[in-house]
Write a protein that binds this ligand. Structure first.
Ligand code: NAP
Length: 345
C-alpha cells in the first residue's frame, strides 16, 4: 500500500485523479493540495463526491507532506517545474501531468513553451509515460512525464504503423478535435458556452506544443516522415478525436496493416482496436483509447478516440503509477479492480 499526494487537486485533471485514487486498492493515504482553493475541503470543491468518498481537507503547497510515496502534479505548465525538482531531490516519485518535462531538448522549451527550462538535467532522467507503449524501464527513475492528450491519441494511432512500416511511410497528417476541458478550468472568453455551442474551429496551427512532443516520440520509434498536425475545438466539454492520414510509398496489404495494430494492442487492456469507426461517446469517462484503421492502396486512415481528461491525462497517470508500483494495470481504473482504500486526512 502506498501514500499519494495530488498537487493541483482542484482542477479538471485533479478531480479525475481523486476519482480514481480514492478507491484504488493500493492507495492507503491520499492527500490533496491546491492553490487558490486551498483551505477548503473535498465536499466544498466537488459536492458530487459527498457520500461517494470520505471528506478530505485540501491543503496548501506550503504545508506539503513530504513523506508520501508518490506525487501527482496536475498544475499548469510552468508551475509544475517549480515543485518537481525539490521533490525529486528528496527521492520522491513524481508523475507530472503538465508539459514541463515531456520534451527532451531544453531549447525546445524556449521555442514552444516560452520559458527557459530551469531543471534541464531532469529532462533526460524522466520516463515519457505513454502507458500503453512502454519501452523504457522505470527502474531507478523518479520522474514520469505523462503525455499530452493529443499526443496520446495520435501516438497510439501512428506507432503501430511506425513500428511495422516506418520505412514505407511518406507523410503523416493528424487532424484532431478536443472538448473545451482540454484548456483547464481557468476562465477564457473564447471557450464560453455562448461562443462554443454549435461551433467548431481550428486553433494554434503550426504552434501547438503537442506537435514537437509527437514528433519526438515518432522519431524515437524510427519514423522520420514529415508530420502535420491541425487541432480543433469541439462544442463539447469532454472528449478527443483524431483522424490520421498516412501515405505510404507502396500499397500496403490491409490484412498486414490490421495485423500490425493487433500485435500492437495485444496485452494492452486499455486499447480497443475496433472494426467500427470509434466514437467519442464510447470512451467518455473511461481510460480506453479506441482505434480503427482503413486502408486503400497507399492511403491509410486511422481514427482514434479518447477522453482527454482520463486516457489523455489522469487515467493514464494512474496507469503509470500502477506499472511503477507493480499494481494491476487496471487498478482503480476499472470497477472490477476496485476498492478498499481506507482514508487518512
Ligand atoms: N485538461 C486536459 O484535458 C489535460 C490533458 C492532459 C494534460 N493536461 C495538463 O494537466 C495540467 C492540469 O490541467 P487541468 O486541466 O487540470 O488544469 P486546471 O483545471 O486549470 O487546474 C489547475 C490546477 O492547478 C492549480 N493552479 C492554477 N493556477 C496555478 C498557479 N498559477 N500556480 C499554481 N497552481 C495553480 C489550480 O489550483 P486552484 O484551483 O486552487 O487555484 C488547479 O488545482 C496542465 O498542465 C495541463 O496542460 C490537461
Amino acid at each position: 500500500m502506498i501514500s499519494v499526494g495530488i498537487i493541483g487537486s482542484s482542477g479538471y485533471t485533479g478531480k479525475k485523479l481523486i476519482s480514481f485514487l480514492a478507491h484504488h486498492p493500493g492507495v492507503q493515504v491520499l492527500k490533496l493540495y491546491s492553490y487558490s482553493t486551498s483551505g477548503q475541503d473535498l465536499y466544498h470543491l466537488f459536492p458530487e463526491f459527498q457520500g461517494v468518498f470520505p471528506n478530505l481537507p485540501v491543503g496548501a503547497l506550503s504545508n506539503l507532506d513530504e513523506s508520501l510515496d508518490v506525487y501527482f502534479t496536475a498544475l499548469p505548465h510552468g508551475e509544475s517545474i517549480k515543485v518537481i525538482p525539490g521533490l525529486i531531490e528528496k527521492g520522491k516519485v513524481v508523475i507530472d501531468l503538465s508539459g514541463d518535462f515531456r520534451l527532451d531538448e531544453p531549447a525546445q522549451y524556449d521555442q514552444w513553451y516560452h520559458f527557459t527550462h530551469s531543471a534541464p538535467h531532469l529532462l533526460s532522467q524522466k520516463v515519457y509515460g505513454l502507458a500503453d507503449y512502454h519501452r523504457t524501464s522505470y527502474t531507478g527513475k523518479k520522474l514520469i512525464s505523462n503525455p499530452g492528450c493529443y499526443p496520446t491519441v495520435t501516438l497510439l494511432s501512428v506507432l503501430p504503423l511506425a513500428e511495422a512500416f516506418a520505412d514505407d511511410i511518406l507523410t503523416v497528417a493528424t487532424v484532431a478535435y478536443s472538448g473545451t476541458s482540454g484548456a483547464g478550468k481557468s476562465p477564457n472568453a473564447d471557450l464560453l458556452l455562448s461562443e462554443m455551442d454549435g461551433n467548431s474551429r481550428a486553433y494554434n496551427l503550426h504552434q501547438h506544443r503537442h506537435e514537437p512532443e509527437i514528433l519526438q516520440e515518432l522519431q524515437k520509434a524510427g519514423m522520420f516522415a514529415p508530420f502535420s498536425f491541425a487541432v480543433h475545438l469541439l462544442p463539447a466539454a469532454v472528449g478527443m478525436y483524431a483522424t490520421t492520414s498516412i501515405f505510404t510509398r507502396k500499397a500496403l496489404d490491409p490484412a498486414e496493416v490490421t495485423a500490425a495494430f493487433e500485435t500492437f494492442c495485444q496485452n494492452q487492456p486499455f486499447i480497443r482496436f475496433r472494426k467500427q469507426i470509434p466514437q467519442i461517446k464510447w470512451v467518455t469517462g473511461s481510460n480506453f483509447c479506441d482505434l480503427s484503421v482503413s486502408v486503400r492502396g497507399n492511403s491509410i486512415l486511422v481514427t482514434g478516440a479518447i477522453d482527454n481528461l482520463v486516457k489523455g491525462a489522469s487515467g493514464q497517470a494512474v496507469q503509470n503509477m500502477n506499472s511503477y508500483f507493480g499494481f494491476h494495470p487496471a487498478a482503480g481504473l476499472l470497477p472490477s479492480e476496485g476498492n478498499h482504500v481506507s482514508f487518512h486526512s
